[in-house]
Design a protein around this ligand. Structure first.
Ligand code: PD2
Ligand code: ZN
Length: 206
């Protein structure tokens, strides 16, 4: 556990900055394991529950299974402890790479309760309670994670992470959790994302 500070940034959405959450070794391990298998990123189609490619998310990415390596397991334990949930509530860790110009346009990580595919998508594990985004590389310019509703943006510093809730304490979705990855302007950005469900979630998305 290398976290030396949990810095609250906002109450709604509940958002904290975790300085030095990962060691350099952990960041490099995730990038090297992910690099050979990254593919264009997908999102969940709200109508069908299928994974589809969309222009709003131009990164490439890959998933790991829960506890795929001892080091991944240690990271997953750390996130679960902060959220006070079980490790099995987590979806498999996702590693994303953004090149110059690549971004993830503003979106919610929760599944929209008004869409017809949502009951199917949340049947196992419930909603996405919280998200942890871990910055794995130094980015020359751009690539901040931005929360437009509250005008907060976080620079992608290697080893730091942010943790935020997509739901309010009563379980309702928090529309202030809208967030984006701004385009990378120079260099490349690598992150690991952990989406944590309300209840045990036992399979990987793809
Ligand atoms: O890479 C990011 O900064 C980012 C921003 C918004 C990642 C995600 N969302 C995500 O993986 O959900
Ligand atoms: Zn997101």
């Amino acid at each position: 556990m290398t976290t030396d500070a949990v810095q609250p940034l906002c109450e709604r959405p509940r958002l904290s900055l975790l300085k030095n959450f990962l060691s350099d070794e952990e960041c490099d391990h995730l990038i090297e394991r992910a690099r050979p298998k990254i593919e264009p990123s997908t999102t969940v189609d709200p109508d069908t529950g299928e994974h589809i490619q969309v222009e709003a998310r131009s990164s490439t990415s890959t998933y790991f299974t829960l506890g795929e390596t001892p080091l991944i397991s240690a990271i997953e334990e750390r996130i679960a402890a902060l959220l006070e949930v079980d490790v099995v509530n987590g979806e498999g860790l996702q590693v994303l790479r953004y090149g110059v110009g690549q971004e993830y346009q503003p979106h919610f990580d929760f599944f929209d309760p008004n869409l017809k595919g949502t009951p199917m998508v949340i049947a196992t594990g419930g909603q996405r309670l919280a998200t942890c985004i871990m910055y794995l590389s130094a980015v020359e310019s751009g690539g901040e994670t931005r929360f437009p509703e509250v005008d907060i943006q976080v620079a992608p510093n290697k080893g730091d992470a942010i943790l935020f809730y997509n739901l309010l304490p009563d379980g309702e979705v928090d529309r202030q959790s809208l967030h984006a990855s701004l385009p990378v302007l120079a260099g490349e950005k690598w992150v690991a994302t952990k989406w944590v469900r309300e209840r045990p979630y036992l399979s990987n998305p793809d």
